[in-house]
Design a protein around this ligand. Structure first.
Ligand code: ZN
Ligand code: ZN
Length: 237
C-alpha cells in the first residue's frame, strides 16, 4: 500500500538536485551516486525502496545508529512495505527495541544475532492473535526483546520472570485502550511500556524525545480518532 509520498525516512519532500553526489542509503548504508535526496538529506537506494517488510526492518535496524525506538519504529512504518496492519509489526517491535538498546549500550555488533533470532520467534506469532488468542503480537514482541537481552529460556528464573512481566505489562496497556486493533497504536504503546520497563527493571535509559503523531488515520478504517492518544500527538519525552 502506497501510503506516503516523499522521503521514506522523515516524510519531507524530495529534492532533485542538478549535480549527483555520493550519499549513503539510510537503510542499508551503501554509498550511491545520486541526484535525489529529501530536504533533510536522506536518501534511500532503489533496492531498499523495493524490499519486503521483514528484510527492510532487519536491514534498517542493523544500519541505524538511533537510540530512540519510537523514532526507529516511525521510520519503518512509513515504508510502503509495512502495511497499516499486519504481522510484520510482531517483528518490528523487538527489532526497533534491539537496535535502540544495543546502540545505546555501545554494542551495535550484537544486533545481528538478536535480530535474526527475533525474526524467527516473531514469525511464530500469527496475525490477528490479539483477537483470537488474547495476545497482541506487539506485546509478545516486547517479551521476545526482553527474553533475548536477558538470555531467558524456559528454565531460567529471573530472566524468565522479566520476559513474562514485559509481555504482561504491554498487554495491560494495550488492553486498556480497547479495540478494534490498530497495529500502529498497539506498537507505540508497547514501545512506551518497554522503555519504562527497561529503566525500572534493567536500569537502561533510552532517549526518547518529541511527539508521536499518527500519520495513518486516513488509511485506517477502524481508527479510534480522538479516542486514540496518538491522534492529535502524544508527547514521548
Ligand atoms: Zn528525509
Ligand atoms: Zn539501500
Amino acid at each position: 500500500m502506497e501510503h506516503k509520498a516523499g522521503c521514506l525516512i522523515c516524510g519531507r519532500d524530495l529534492v532533485y538536485g542538478e549535480e549527483p553526489r555520493d550519499l549513503p542509503c539510510a537503510v542499508c548504508g551503501e554509498v550511491v551516486n545520486t541526484a535525489v535526496a529529501c530536504e533533510a538529506g536522506h536518501f534511500v537506494c532503489d533496492r531498499c525502496h523495493g524490499r519486503e517488510a521483514l528484510d527492510l526492518i532487519e536491514q534498517f535496524c542493523i544500519t541505524t545508529e538511533l537510540e530512540d525506538p519510537l523514532a526507529i519504529a516511525c521510520i519503518l512504518m512509513r515504508h510502503p512495505a509495512v502495511r497499516m496492519h499486519g504481522p510484520e509489526h510482531h517483528f518490528l517491535m523487538p527489532a526497533c527495541l534491539i537496535a535502540a538498546y544495543c546502540n545505546r549500550r555501545g554494542e551495535p555488533g550484537r544486533k545481528g544475532g538478536h535480530l535474526e533470532r527475533a525474526r524467527m520467534r516473531a514469525s511464530m506469532v500469527p496475525g490477528g492473535a490479539c483477537g483470537t488468542h488474547g495476545t497482541c503480537g506487539a506485546a509478545v514482541g516486547t517479551g521476545i526483546f526482553v527474553s533475548l537481552i536477558t538470555g531467558s529460556t524456559p528454565l531460567k528464573k529471573q530472566e524468565w520472570s522479566l520476559a513474562n512481566q514485559m509481555t504482561a505489562r504491554s498487554l495491560m496497556t494495550i488492553a486498556r485502550h480497547g479495540g478494534p486493533r490498530c497495529c500502529k497504536r498497539n506498537s507505540w504503546l508497547a514501545i512506551r511500556t518497554a522503555i519504562t520497563f527497561l529503566l525500572e527493571r534493567l536500569g537502561v535509559n533510552l532517549p526518547v524525545e518529541g511527539v508521536v503523531r499518527c500519520e495513518f488515520s486516513d488509511i485506517n478504517r477502524e481508527c479510534l480518532r480522538e479516542e486514540c492518544p496518538f491522534h492529535t500527538g502524544y508527547r514521548t519525552g
